[in-house]
Write a protein that binds this ligand. Structure first.
Ligand SMILES: Nc1ncnc2c1ncn2[C@@H]1O[C@H](COP(=O)(O)OP(=O)(O)O)[C@@H](O)[C@H]1O
Length: 334
């Protein structure tokens, strides 16, 4: 018979991705293959909140995986109002929310505005390590521990990007050098043709700076020593089998190399690819889960999850488009 410790989770958390709320009529994605439900996304967030607050074991925190409001808000001068609307929904329950930054955050706000905004969850929740170390001075990367033995690392996948960087800055210049090596299109949002993995070099993607990678490496070394189980959270996926090439982080390979050099990582959670994806990396035992996006979820469905964490596994209870999964930790993970 299962003992109590097996049945009662150590902690639980909610997950939701790509809400992309805007008070505008429904429309299509760029390639006209998927409908986007801009107003409906707020109701789906409401559904998620209602479900989380009615759950037998309520979540200890929520992971919002980025693109919380859509870039269209900017052209309607509605960015602040749209952000208020989604944050009001999140604050309908007292549970803390960790916000990941995606490309649509940068369509609406500058990096310095984001750092001063309520989307800067590193200010509210970060620095649980003794040093309070973060991934870089204006990088939205931090870690926290919701329960002994578990670490969550929030990454900033637009640290190296044309988005959110001033055109006169060195960071913009070096991001431009990177993208230009692979993308010759006049419109840099248009993916390059050629090797399929090269499609990731678009303006709506980005990557992790050396500084952020080194910081992650040091956080994971500490976690290895403590035998913690680490979940990494990012807007952009990093495993090619967990998404389509056009949604990958620019330097996904460097991030994967760091994960491979540490025993502590058990899971990598991402958004961005609205169709979602999943793979289990046999080599590392890491589960790479890309969550289906709210924005492309019809009003009669849902796209959120509740994850219960046990000492040997995480159990995802999905709603609507998100399927249930058991993410077992490998024996060799600690
Ligand atoms: N194939 C493409 N060619 C040119 N522009 C594109 C292409 N795909 C997307 N875009 C543009 O890139 C930006 C981001 O695309 P979008 O689909 O909104 O991103 P997300 O998938 O994060 O919602 C938008 O301005 C969109 O029009």
């Amino acid at each position: 018979m299962e003992d109590n410790a097996e049945r009662t989770p150590l902690f639980t958390f909610g997950v939701i991705a790509d809400i992309q709320y805007a008070d505008i009529d429904d429309g299509f994605n760029y390639s006209k293959t998927r409908m986007r439900f801009y107003r409906g996304s707020l109701q789906l967030l409401r559904n998620a909140q209602a479900s989380w607050s009615e759950a037998a074991t309520k979540p200890d925190f929520i992971l919002q995986l980025g693109d919380v409001i859509d870039g269209f808000n900017k052209r309607h001068d509605a960015s602040d109002g749209a952000l208020d609307s989604v944050l009001r929904e999140f604050s309908s329950s007292p549970v803390e929310v960790h916000h990941v930054w995606g490309n649509h955050e940068f369509y609406n706000f500058s990096r310095s505005e984001l750092l001063r905004s309520k989307l800067n969850s590193s200010a509210a929740h970060g620095g649980s390590s003794p040093s309070g170390a973060r991934g870089g001075c204006d990088t939205h990367a931090y870690h926290f521990s919701p329960s002994p033995g578990f670490t969550f690392v929030v990454l900033d996948a637009y640290d190296v990007s044309l988005l959110g960087r001033d055109e006169s800055s060195e960071q913009y210049c070096s991001a431009m050098n990177i993208i230009k090596q692979y993308n010759n299109n006049k419109d840099l949002n248009c993916p390059p043709v050629g090797g399929s993995l090269q499609q990731r070099f678009t303006m709506f993607n980005g990557g992790f700076s050396r500084k952020q990678l080194d910081w992650l490496d040091s956080v994971l070394s500490l976690a290895d020593d403590k035998e913690d189980r680490v979940t990494i959270v990012s807007h952009l996926p990093v495993h090619p089998y967990s998404t389509v090439p056009v949604c990958l982080a620019w330097n996904f390979d460097e991030l994967l190399a760091i994960i491979r050099s540490h025993s502590s990582v058990v899971c990598f959670l991402a958004g961005h690819d609205h169709d979602g994806g999943y793979c289990w990396d046999k080599e590392t035992g890491v589960h790479h889960l890309t969550l289906e996006g709210v924005i492309e979820t019809p009003p009669n469905s849902n796209a959120f999850g509740l994850v219960s964490v046990y000492k040997d596994r995480m159990v995802l209870k999905g709603s609507g488009r998100i399927r249930d999964r058991v993410l077992q930790f490998s024996q060799s993970d600690v």
